[in-house]
Design a binder for this molecule. Structure first.
Ligand SMILES: Cc1ncc(COP(=O)(O)O)c(C=O)c1O
Length: 405
């Protein structure tokens, strides 16, 4: 990757807004995405799939093209299988509410889920008696396939696990998970919000039934997500919301739901977000997902190497930097995660995240109050990692362990 040219594509980097290490929350956006979004408002700010005038036809065309781009990008061939949602959370909820789980059916997650892939199942169990089963992670947070196998049985109708953890960055072997689940007659939903930005995906080969994504973590617009599903699985799924655009014909007494994808996209859509989604996927394809993965790994190795001498540093997750999907969660003895994040921001203009990262059960069950989290992406360079590590060292020396010895 030509780093200088690539970094120049991002307005906040051009303007020198600081070192951005919070991409697991939201990534930065390149000019191409911003331009695609403003073009919609400036040139054809109209609805898609309804009116037949020129502006509207342009919106319909861009929407179709965005679905085609997604299908190609994720290794599949049916654009109708890509539903645009508000975010990954809405995509997961669409499956949770529409899958038809009943009392006694079991859903399998892991003990390391984001609340977006935890709370919907928790509520479902309270409301309808759906049973929940957890696959336990290893002590270092890695997915444990033996624990997973041990809880799969005929009662399990759906497995819903993350592809990469937003705390440890560990990756779950989704193809193997899908094979085991399918052998037992269960369907599989993968929360891909942390993995899709960092690796080349072939959803056809992975053979998962549903896959959900956050576009704002992969250079796309805020408030955009994708729900991918196999055609037959989406056909069987009930929509989360219903109304305009989701029906073939409605009379006073009856309704024919439209075929996919329309039956899931009720009301007018976030068309500028859809245009931005298309642009983001094109940008990532040009940058090459394999190159991005290599680059992320290089940065992770650099973080591990450069922070070796930070006193009182504890790292959450495996010691092997190659096992992390661009995520480095840590604590410094004597400092709260929020203190670390605020001081890095104020003193060195380095932006990271702090807290429980919406993975409350993970932290709660391990008795950890939270962590600081630095996360990298294609636009970060090694120089920034060195500055981050030096800033941590400074913090630790000044305010960390020594106060507490
Ligand atoms: C693993 C994981 N799942 C789900 C989500 C929720 O994504 P969204 O904000 O797009 O709903 C996040 C967001 O941080 C995440 O990290």
């Amino acid at each position: 990757m030509d780093m200088a040219a690539l970094r120049n594509d991002f307005p906040t980097i051009r303007k020198g807004e600081g070192i951005y290490l919070d991409s697991a929350c939201q990534s930065l956006r390149p000019d191409k995405v911003i331009k695609a979004m403003t073009e919609y408002y400036e040139e054809f700010p109209s609805c898609g799939g309804r009116s037949v005038h020129g502006m509207s036809s342009k919106v319909s065309l861009i929407t179709d093209e965005a679905r085609e781009t997604a299908a190609g990008f994720f290794g599949t061939d049916d654009p109708d299988c890509y539903i645009f949602t508000k975010n990954c959370t809405e995509a997961i909820n669409t499956v949770a509410k529409g899958f038809g789980l009943r009392k006694g059916d079991a859903v399998v997650t892991t003990d390391t889920e984001h609340n977006s892939n935890h709370v919907p199942w928790l509520l479902l169990s309270e409301e309808s008696g759906v049973r929940r089963k957890y696959s336990r992670s290893k002590d270092n947070g890695e997915f444990d396939i033996e624990s997973f196998k041990s809880i799969i049985g005929k009662d399990v109708r759906l497995v819903s696990v993350h592809h990469a953890s937003n705390v440890t960055g560990c990756v779950v072997p989704i193809k193997e998970v899908a094979e085991i689940a399918h052998d037992a007659g269960a369907k599989v939903l993968i929360d891909g919000s942390q993995a899709a930005p960092h690796m080349k995906l072939d959803l056809k080969k992975a053979d998962v039934d549903f896959y959900t994504m956050s576009m704002h973590k992969m250079l796309g617009p805020s408030g955009m997500g994708i729900l991918y599903g196999k055609r037959e699985c989406l056909d069987d799924l009930k929509p989360l919301t219903a109304g305009g655009g989701t029906v073939g014909l409605a009379t006073y007494d009856s309704v024919d739901l439209a075929p996919i994808p329309d039956k899931f996209e009720a009301g007018l859509q976030n068309y500028s977000g859809i245009a931005g989604t298309k642009a983001a996927l094109e940008y990532l394809a040009d940058a090459d997902m394999d190159e991005i993965r290599k680059h992320d790994r290089m940065l992770m190795r650099s973080i591990f190497k450069n922070t070796e001498d930070v006193k009182g540093l504890t790292i959450i997750g495996p010691d092997d930097p190659d096992k992390r999907c661009g995520i480095f969660s840590f604590n410094i003895r004597g400092l709260s995660p929020h203190d670390i994040a605020m001081m890095l921001d104020k003193t060195d203009n380095i932006m990271i995240r702090s807290g429980m990262h919406c993975a409350h059960p993970f932290f709660h069950s391990r008795g950890i109050e939270g962590s600081a989290r630095a996360s990298v992406y294609l636009y970060n360079e090694e120089k920034e990692i060195e500055r981050f590590a030096a800033a941590l060292e400074k913090l630790s020396d000044a305010f960390g362990i020594e106060l507490y010895i």
